[in-house]
Design a protein around this ligand. Structure first.
Ligand code: 6OD
Length: 489
């Protein structure tokens, strides 16, 4: 259904208050290209104010709040997000153009559960203790004391804006930190709206702050001497720039970066399941998921069948439309700039000798959607393993299918990448599961499923895909500082 767009005002959120600035920039509705928000750009003064507020809150009511009370408050934030479900849904869809069916099943519920899951993290994980029995240490007890890291800068991306921002803010607050968030400039609205929830729930001023802007605003956070840690999800190139920026002030950093994730379909796979899960992993959120699959290795004996069935999935299971139209599950990409990047790979693939199985271009609607940022779901065969299309992250709804003949070969092919975020494979042979999984160079490995998340598990990438792990107890390494206390009696 066509939506009436009224451009909203999106402000910074500093010390519990919305803060406007003279300079604004536009957010466009990716469905049609209309202006959906005017965003107030933060400069050095706003970033300094946000950091100062965050630091003051660490010393003030947040820092002195008993753990049980803080946990209760983090749970209340989870409830607060769910109470405002429809409001979050609305702004997330306006910023991203994604279908309601995607945002309401993926983005918004995780916006709540990212707080609920971590509310009790410090209560649940006992501190370590070691008694010593060396001659010099006999009778000595070592124990770990955890304290919040401090002010955490959260630099979050545009593909799953609320999900990936709260994935960091949830554990940060639960561990007693305060945050300064810089959401992506193309999807700032849900981070701003979360400020209202913080106030509704009674989170003290200065605990949660949001500043809007581009890379320059991000750089003001990453280089700020009063910010103690940076957590980032986004492209590897940006991650590398951030790592350079944090070096002079020696900040801890937790980095989840790009990927070129492999999928593998072994000859014994349950193909009904494999096609359904691969279809999701290649095309969910219009392929804009860092965990998504962009190259699929298919055993040569079932290659044609998998190709045809995945083509059928792309052509018949994915439905374009306005976000709230019945049955719509495929939206535009987030911006014209990103559409142009994805389409440049569509062109490159053909130059590199790909056979286009389906897609390969941009749809034409003959209505206002032609002003939006659309691309077709695309499948290629015939690409070489070392082609740019099969090695560079596209971050769109596009996948290269490549045949293989044996297990050792496919493990080499899957690992033949600078990235190491996720890998997904399909087999019904349990011995193969245990043989193959440990050989895949990826931080997250799914077997016979994809993007099935238990927030207690380690999450992050190897190689150029990341530094550090978050999730469950693993996030404690970044969100807290541990001091060892050695007591000799
Ligand atoms: O599910 C998560 O916790 C997570 N960090 C997902 C990341 C998706 C990247 O696009």
């Amino acid at each position: 259904m066509r939506k009436e767009i009224q451009a909203r005002d999106v402000q910074n959120f500093i010390n519990g208050k919305y803060v406007s600035t003279a300079e604004t920039f536009d957010v466009l509705y990716p469905i049609t290209g209309e202006v959906t928000a005017k965003v107030h750009k933060a400069g050095q003064a706003e970033v300094d104010a946000a950091v100062a507020a965050a630091r003051a809150a660490l010393k003030g009511p947040w820092g002195t709040m008993p753990l049980a009370e803080r946990s209760k408050m983090v749970k209340a934030i989870a409830d607060g997000v769910m109470k405002r479900f429809d409001d979050f849904l609305e702004v997330e869809v306006l910023d991203t153009g994604k279908p309601y069916s995607v945002a309401s099943h993926v983005d918004i519920p995780r916006g709540g559960s990212n707080f609920a899951a971590f509310a009790d993290i410090l209560k649940e994980h006992a501190t370590e203790a070691f008694s010593m029995d060396t001659p010099d240490g006999l009778g000595a007890l070592n124990y770990g004391v955890r304290r919040p890291r401090g002010v955490i800068g959260v630099i979050s991306p545009w593909n799953l804006p609320l999900l990936l921002m709260t994935w960091k803010v949830g554990p940060a607050l639960a561990c007693g930190n305060t945050v300064v968030v810089k959401p992506s400039e193309v999807t700032p609205s849900s981070a701003a709206l979360l400020g209202e929830v913080m106030n509704e729930v009674g989170v003290p001023e200065g605990v949660y702050n949001v500043v809007n802007g581009f890379g320059d605003t991000g750089a003001m956070i990453t280089s700020h001497p009063d910010v103690d840690g940076i957590t980032f999800t986004g492209e590897t190139v940006t991650g590398s720039i951030i790592l350079k920026a944090v070096a002079p002030t020696l900040k801890a950093s937790s980095m989840e970066m790009g990927g070129k994730n492999p999928g593998i379909v072994f000859e014994d796979a349950d193909l009904d399941l494999a096609i359904k899960e691969l279809g999701r992993s290649c095309f969910l959120n219009t392929g804009q998921v860092c965990l998504g699959t962009e190259r699929v290795y298919v055993h040569e004996s079932i290659f044609d069948e998998v190709r045809d069935r995945l083509k059928d999935y792309a052509e018949n299971e994915l439905k374009y439309g306005f976000p709230d139209d019945e049955g719509v599950n495929f939206g535009p990409v987030v911006s014209d700039e990103h559409r142009d990047k994805v389409l440049s790979y569509y062109k490159l693939a053909e130059e590199e000798g790909a056979t286009v199985v389906t897609g390969g271009g941009a749809p034409k609607f003959g209505d206002e959607r032609d002003g939006g940022s659309w691309v077709e779901p695309t499948i290629w065969t015939g690409l070489a393993q070392d082609s740019r299309t099969a090695t560079e992250e596209i971050f769109g709804p596009a996948v290269a299918l490549i045949p293989f003949s044996d297990e050792d070969e496919v493990i080499k092919l899957a690992n033949d990448t600078k990235y190491g975020l996720a890998a997904t494979f399909f087999t019904q042979d349990v011995s193969r599961v245990h043989r193959v999984a440990p050989q895949l160079e990826a931080g997250i490995i799914w077997v016979n499923c994809w993007f099935l998340r238990d927030l207690r598990t380690a999450f992050g990438g190897m190689k150029h895909s990341g530094i550090g792990r978050e999730g469950g107890v693993h996030g404690l390494e970044f969100y807290t500082e541990i001091s060892n206390v050695c007591v000799k009696m």
